[in-house]
Ligand binder design. Sequence first.
Ligand code: FAD
Length: 745
Amino acid sequence: MDPPLLDTRPCASPWDPVPPVHSQYVTRPKTRLEFTFTKSSSYSMPCEAASRFLILYGSQRGQAQSLAEEICQQAAEHGFTADISCLSNQRNYNLDSEITPVVFVVSTTGDGDPPDTAQKFVRKIKNKSLPHDHFSHLRYALLALGDTNYANFCNGGKTIDSRLQQLGAKHFYATGHADDGTGLEVVVDPWIEGLWDALKKTFSSMATSDQQDAVLSDSTQDSFHKTASGQEKNKSDLEVDLHLLKLSEADSQKGKGIESDSRDVETVSAVLVASLKQSVPPLSQSALNVPALPASYLEVRLEQVSTEGETVPSDKDGYHEVSISKAVQLTQDDAVKTAILLELDVSEQNLAYQPGDAFDILCPNRASEVEELLLRLDLHTRKNCAVQVNLLKNSSKKAAKVPLHIPQNGSLEFILTWCLEIRSVPKKAFVRALVDFTQNGSEKRRLLELCSKEGSADYNSFVRDANVCLLDLLRAFPSCLPPPSLLFEHLPKLQPRAYSAASSSLQLPGKVHLVFNVVEFPARPEHPARTGLCTGWLAGHVSSILRPLGTVLASERLGTSALPKVHVRPRPSSTFHLPADPSVPVVMVGPGTGVAPFIGFLQQREKEREVYREATFGEMWLFFGCRHKDKDFLFREELERFVHNGTLSHLIVCFSRDEPDAAGTVSTPTYVQHNLHLHAKNVASILLKDKGFLYVCGDAKNMAKDVNDTLLEIIGNELQMDKLDAMKTVAGLREEKRYLQDIWS
Ligand code: FAD
C-alpha cells in the first residue's frame, strides 16, 4: 500500500476550455479558426495534495472498464495518481489493507447480477465469516451502471455497495446510479466531475487524520451540497436525488439550450437550425469545456501479406457453423413488422438446449458499410493487409491492453467486418479524439461542441438519440481522417445477438427454431434508412430459401450444401425454464416475438403429456398480443393446436390495431396487460395460492414495465394491500424465481 504523496504539479480540470467561436450562420465574415487546447487557469482547481487512489472495475461488455479508464486518465489532470485493475485480477489489489480511497465502477448483467468478472470478488466479500468491521478502514466511492428498462436496476453495483457497507466501509462520495436507458452520461459525467473534489477533501482529511471519519462524512455531504441545493438529507436519499437531479438538470439544460437556440436563430435567419453538422447560438458562440484528449495506446501496422481464405470467424469462442434448414415468413407482407422463423440444423454439432435457453448468433457488419469505411479512410487498397496491433511504447494510458477481440494478423477487412461494432454510437471521448484528425476549422469546432459540456444537449439529440455511427460522422465531417489505430481504440467489440429457442428438442430432435422481427430504422437527417445489424443481415442471408407460411419446406427442396450457414453458440438460461414439478400452473406473457420461448415450453409440455399420460399437469395460460389478427398473429395454427389438444389451458389474445367492428364484437383489450387485468383473479390465485410461475418475455421498454405495474395492481387489489406491500410481495416472487423475465430492447 502506498502512503499518500504530496505532489506540487499544477492541476487542471479535464475540461479544457476553448475560446468562444462565432457560428458561420451569424452575419459575420467567416473565419477559419485554429483551436488550441491549453488549459485555462480559470478552470483549474488548486491542487493541495496529489495522491494515489485505486480504481476497480467490474465490466461485462466493456462499458464499466472504459469509464474506469476514463477516470484513471483524468486523475492525472487533477493531480492524482491512480492504479486501475479489473476486480477479477485479485493479485493486483488487496482491499483488506487498502487505506487509500477506492473507486469502484460496476455494471449489471443478467437478472440484476454483478458482471462475470466481479463474481469471484462478490463471493469473497459475501463470506459470512467476515467480521462486521472487516472493511472499516476502507473509504470508497461507487459508480453503478444499469438500465431502468430491466428489473433490478444497477443491482450489480448495489450488491457490492451494500455488502461493503455491512462490512464497515465508508463512502467518501455518494454512489452514482447511471441509467443506460436514458443515457449513462447523464449521471456519469457529473459524477466524475464531482469525484475530484470529494477525493481532494478526502485526502486533506486523511492528512489531518485524527478526525478522519468526521471530515470524511462532511466531504461526502459537501459534494452533494453543490448539487442538491444545500438540503440536508440522509445518504440514501442523496443517492436517489443525485440520479433524479442529474436527469432533471439534463432535461432543463436540453430544454434551455434548444429553446434559446431557436429564439436566437429566428432573429438571424429563418434557416438556422441545429443539426449534426451545425450549431446555432448560443452554443456556436460559447466557450467550450471539452474532455481531455484520450491517450492513444495502440500501434497498428498493416503488412502486405495475403490473408486470403479468412472470411469467417474461428470457433474458439464456442461458436458452431450450422445450416439454416428452413426460413419462413410468419407475417403477411403488409404487416407493420416482418417476423421470420429460422430452423437451424444442429444435429451434427449435437447442440443441446432446453426451452427457455437462447442462442447467440454471430453477424457481420454490412459489406457495403465496411467498403465505404475503407474507401473513406483511404484504406481500400490495403484491406487485405495483415493487421498487427501492439501497445504504443510510452503511452500514458494506464493498464493499456491490446483488445482481445482484435486478432493478430487478421486482415483489415476481416476485423472491420467481424470484430468491431462499427455501428456503435461514438462516445464523447471518441468524438474528442476525432477532432485531432480533422482538417477543416468549422468541422473541428462542431466536433468539439458535440463532445463538450456545453454541447451535451446537441450530442444527445444528434448523436446518441439519432443512433449515429462512425460512418455517419465521417459523412458529415469530410475532412476527418482517423487512422485505424483510433478505430481499434474506440470501437467496441461486435457482440453476438441472442435469440430465444422457439422449439423443444423433444419435438424437433436435432433442430432449433428461432424467431425474430426484422428491426427497421427509418431515415433521419443524420443517417439513411437501415435495418438492424443482425436481423437485417439474417433476412438477406436467408432470402433464397425464405417461404411464406404454409408452403413447401426449404429443407425438402434444397441439398444441405446449398443452405445458408450461420455461426451460433448456445446461451443457456439459469432460471427461465418450466417448473421442475409439472403440476404447478404457469402464466406466460409473450406478445409479438416474445412468444418464442413459450412455443418451446408448449412443445415440451405437449410431448410430456403424450409420454406421461398418468402424470398431473398444471394449467398453462398464455397471454399473447399483436397488431392485427390477420397479419401478425405468430404461430396461430400451432397455438390453436395446443389449445385443441389440452396442452394450453387458456389462450388469451389481443390485437392492438384492429378496429372494433360495427357491432362492437371485436374485443376491446389492446395490450396484454389489459387482458391480465380482465383475468386478475385467476392470475392472483395461480401466483399466490397455487405457488405458480409467471413468465414475461419480449419488449423491455414498454411491455415489461406495463405488465409489472399491472401485476402490482392485481396483487394489491387481491390482497388488499398498498403499493409498497404489493412491491414487496412481487419482489418475493422474483426472489423465489416464480416471476421470471426474459426481456430485451
Ligand atoms: P441492432 O442493429 O443491434 O439495433 C438494436 C437496437 O439499437 C435498437 O433496438 C435501437 O435501440 C438501437 N438502434 C441501432 N441503430 C439505430 C438507428 N439507426 N435508429 C434507432 N435505433 C437504433 N429478439 C427477437 O426478435 N427474438 C428473440 O427471440 C430474441 N431473444 C432474445 C433473447 C435474449 C436473451 C436477448 C438478450 C435478446 C433477444 N432478442 C430477441 C433481441 C435480439 O438479441 C436483438 O437485440 C434484436 O434482434 C435486434 O438486433 P439487431 O442487430 O437487428 O439490431
